[in-house]
Structure formats: C-alpha cells, structure tokens
Design a binder for this molecule. Structure first.
Ligand SMILES: [Zn+2]
Length: 332
C-alpha cells in the first residue's frame, strides 16, 4: 500500500513515500481505507524529533477519516488508544490512560492507504460533510471541546480569549465558545484572518502583530478581564494571558507552540484566585458529543488546503509556514 514513512527525525525530507506491505488488522481491529488525513502541529513536532523516544520507522498522521473496508461505513477515528483497564480508563478518562497510545505517534497512523485500529475507535459519521472535512475534526475539535467544556467549564455569558485563533485549534475553540453563548475575543496575525474569525462567531478581534493583546483585552472588557483563556502557545503569551483573567478566572494550557515554559507571578495568582489547568486531547464521550454538534452543523470544520499523499512533505512545509487558516489535509 502507498504510505508515507518517517524513517528518521529531521526536516521535510525525513518523510519518504513508499509502497509497502499491509500487515492487516489484528484481532478486534478493523481496516479503514483512508480517504483523508489532516495534519497537526503534533505531526511537525514528531517529525523534528521533539519526542526522541518514539519508535521509528513510523507512519505519521493522527486525524483520519475513511471507510471501514468490512462494512463500508464512513468513519472518523478517535485517535486515543487506551488500555481499558487502568483507573483513569475506568473513569472514562481515556486521554489520561497510563498506557495511552496516540495514532500516528505511538503506532502507525493515517498517511497511508489503509490503517488498522480497534473497532471501538472507528466512529461513524453522517454525510453532513465530506471525508476531507471530517478528517480535520478529531484533534482540534476534541482538544478544544475538552479544554472549554470538560476542563474550564465555560458557561453562557462568560468572556473568553482565544489565542492564534486562525489555527485549527483556535477555529474550533472560537466556534464552540460562540455556539455555547460565550463572548469570544480572538487574536490573529492579519486583518484578513480576523475578518474570517468574525464570520465564524468571534465578537471582538485583536491583531496581535499591531496591538498589545493584553491591553486590548482590558479595553474590550472595560478593565474587568476575561473569565477563560485558552492558550496553546506558552512562553510570554501565557504569562501575559494570566494578567488578562478576571478574579477567579481560568486559563487552560493545551500546548507549547511558542515556548515549553513560562514565568508566573504567584501573588496575583493566589490573591485573585485564578486557576491554571492543563488539557490534552479528550475522552471518547467528549468526542461523541462534539461529533454530534458537527453532525447537525452547529459546528463546522474549516479546511484551508489539501495535498495528495505523495506531497505530504509539502503539506508539512505549508503548515509550518503558519499561513493556513484552519486545517491542512492530505487526501488519498
Ligand atoms: Zn488505561
């Protein structure tokens, strides 16, 4: 089968295209004919070698939509493979499983004609969107839903700040928060991106290249601050974001695209009873919940560009260039 393989960590040329034999599904697994596989920043980090302990060669690709070969069902794949037996799995918190394995990271993923996965991870989807659009859903919508609904408990009428809102995760967060009745403040690097975010439901927008975002947030909220910040950047952005929180506000950290660390002033943290929490992917139940809202078009995927499988390295380059609004998808 036609496959993209990561044989070593490195630049774009570390991804090679090859025909290789298909081992087929193991017991309890199904074979999914992949129709589309969306990229995430996670793919770039895996390729660069930021997780040097991962076993190579690896077929990358976490966000998969395709057709179950046995039944013909159209599915998206819940990318979290869990042990099903540990304390966290028993609580339904598969994303915290001690033996968690992510598709395309810890085992072969979707940049291939076919992928084998446990039957329970193949979730049927309606024809509301095509499979290219569906492939762009799993990591971003699951992470945003888990962060805002599962972790921050975002409520109707609250104010939320979404950073780098034109990213896949940002777009999902803007849509979910807006649909949930929150007032959304979105940041992005260009006025064109901000106009598109307004169309997706952002109520206020900030061009972070031209304006100090923390000052802009204070102005928009009349000095009060926001109830929730979702931040996947880290570094100085996270530090400044904490100062944007109202008393009792919550910051959800779900990435480190800008920097893997941040400095936090403790006094305003405890004096103002602010909360900083982490979020990673999400539970299977949350995945079903967010898929249901996509199925009824309350939420919708945003695809920026598609590349054929043979050009997966170009897709990586395009995503790394940070020009995309929404998702970059490899199609088969
Ligand atoms: Zn487990």
């Amino acid at each position: 089968m036609r496959t993209i393989t990561l044989g070593r960590f490195g630049d774009f040329d570390a991804l090679s295209f090859a025909d290789r034999p298909d081992p087929g599904p193991a017991q309890g697994e199904v074979a999914v004919a992949v129709k589309a596989c969306a990229l995430n920043h996670l793919d770039l980090r895996v390729r660069r070698g930021e997780f040097p302990w991962l076993a190579l060669p690896l077929v990358p690709g976490t966000d998969v939509a395709g057709v179950v070969e046995e039944t013909g069902e159209k599915v998206v794949i819940y990318p979290v493979l869990s042990c099903g037996a540990c304390r966290h799995c028993a609580e339904g918190r598969e994303n915290l499983c001690r033996e968690v394995r992510i598709l395309g990271v810890h085992r072969d993923g979707g940049l291939s004609e076919r992928v084998s996965i446990p039957r329970r991870n193949a979730i049927p989807v309606p024809d509301t969107f095509d499979l290219t659009e569906w492939s762009s859903v799993p990591v971003t919508f699951l992470t945003a839903w888990h962060a805002l609904v599962g972790r921050a408990n975002l409520r109707v009428g609250e104010k939320i700040l979404v950073h780098s809102a034109s990213s896949g995760l940002g777009v999902a967060a803007v849509e979910i928060a807006s649909a949930g009745g929150a007032t959304v403040i979105a940041t992005a690097s260009s006025d064109e991106k901000l106009a598109r975010l307004s169309e997706l439901g952002a109520h206020h927008t900030i061009n972070y290249r031209q304006t100090d975002f923390a000052e802009a947030v204070r102005e928009i909220t009349k000095g009060e601050g926001v109830d929730v910040v979702i931040d996947h950047l880290g570094g100085a952005t996270l530090t400044e974001s904490i100062s944007c929180l109202t008393r009792g506000g919550r910051l959800v950290c779900c990435g480190e695209t800008e920097s893997p660390s941040a400095t936090i002033a403790l006094r305003p943290l405890f004096n103002r009873e602010r909360t900083i929490m982490g979020a990673t992917l999400g539970t299977r139940k949350e995945f079903l919940d967010v898929l249901a809202l996509l199925g009824q078009k309350t939420l919708k995927p945003v695809v920026d560009a598609t590349f054929p499988l043979e050009r997966a390295a170009d897709a990586h380059r395009y995503l790394e260039g940070r020009h995309a609004f929404g998702k970059v998808v490899v199609t088969l």
